[in-house]
Structures are given as structure tokens and as C-alpha cells.
Design a protein around this ligand. Structure first.
Ligand code: SF4
Ligand code: SF4
Length: 166
């Protein structure tokens, strides 16, 4: 097993453990920030859509077969990334995700399926919002840089609520 697979799996386990016995108050606060992250991701996706990236990407997938997720995927996802990804995930899907990470045989993202990403758009790591490497222009990246400040604020709040003050 690759080093990054081990790290990913350890971080997934840490995230799963962190969800155990979480108080209702913390859960509500965390949900607010996770919703903020999802909303920011949708804003970036809307921009990508307006610029025509989404449709060009969709049309290219039969040929590129998700090349970006093979070579540019995030190898350094933290337990917070996984915590956000699994926050609203069912037990069966969590077990499947664990199996996918441990069982990945190729040097590409363990969450990449033949049909696309194992995770839904909402659950996808923020780092995967660095999407459309084939098409993105300067203005898209400038907008992403601006959003990164807001992403970081939401991540910091999640860390504070669950992983620092707990
Ligand atoms: S998590 Fe999903 S979107 Fe991100 S690199 Fe892996 S397969 Fe691609
Ligand atoms: S961004 Fe490029 S490599 Fe990635 S799925 Fe779209 S067309 Fe393929």
C-alpha cells in the first residue's frame, strides 16, 4: 500500500472517530460551516459553468477518462477534509470509502471510479474545487484565491469547534 493511502486511511479513521458522541450543539455549529463550504464550492462551479468549463470537461471525459484525478489529485487530505466529507454520510458508504482507499491498486486517486468521483459534489474535498486544469483561465484562479480565504475561515472554525476545543 502506498504511503498516501495509509495517510488517507488514517485520516478517514480519525474523522470517523471524531463523529462519535458529538454533542447536538457542536453538530449544529459544524453543520453551519460545512454548509458554507458547500455553498462556496457551488459558487466556483457556477463560475466554471458560466465560462463553459463544465460542459467542455463533460464532453472530454470519454477521451481523457478523468486524467486530472489521476495525476493532480490531493494526496495530502487531512482528517478535517475527511470529516467534512463524511459528516452526512451513511455507515455503508463510509465502509465502502474505507475499502476503496485501502484497495486502490493504481497510482491515481483512490476515490476515482470508472464513472467519476466516489464522492458527490457536496462531499468532494475542497482541494478538488481546484478543478478544470485543462480550461481554467487567469480570472478563474483569481476568484479561487479570493474564495480560499473564505474556505480557510470555515476550516478554522471547524477545527476550533471539533478538534481544538473538544
Ligand atoms: S476525490 Fe474525487 S474529484 Fe477529488 S481527485 Fe479524487 S476522484 Fe477526483
Ligand atoms: S479537467 Fe481536463 S482532465 Fe480533468 S476531467 Fe476535465 S477534461 Fe478531463
Amino acid at each position: 500500500m502506498n504511503r498516501f493511502q495509509t495517510d488517507m486511511h488514517n485520516n478517514l479513521r480519525l474523522a470517523v472517530d471524531s463523529l462519535q458522541g458529538i454533542s447536538e450543539k457542536s453538530k449544529m455549529d459544524l453543520e453551519t460551516w460545512i454548509k458554507e463550504i458547500i455553498s462556496l464550492k457551488y459558487q466556483m462551479e457556477t463560475l466554471a459553468d458560466q465560462k463553459g468549463y463544465s460542459i467542455n470537461c463533460k464532453r472530454s471525459i470519454p477521451i481523457c477518462k478523468g486524467e486530472c484525478c489521476k495525476w493532480h489529485y490531493p494526496r495530502n487530505l487531512t482528517h478535517v477534509d475527511f470529516f467534512i466529507a463524511i459528516f452526512n454520510m451513511g455507515e455503508e458508504q463510509k465502509a465502502l470509502l474505507s475499502k476503496k482507499i485501502l484497495g486502490a491498486k493504481y497510482d491515481h486517486c483512490p476515490m476515482l471510479l470508472k464513472t467519476g468521483c466516489f464522492l458527490s459534489f457536496e462531499q468532494r474535498p475542497v482541494l478538488c474545487t481546484n478543478a478544470y486544469p485543462c480550461f481554467s483561465d487567469h480570472s478563474y484562479w483569481i476568484e479561487k484565491e479570493k474564495k480560499n480565504i473564505l474556505f480557510k475561515k470555515a476550516f478554522d472554525c471547524i477545527l476550533k469547534i471539533k478538534f481544538i476545543s473538544d
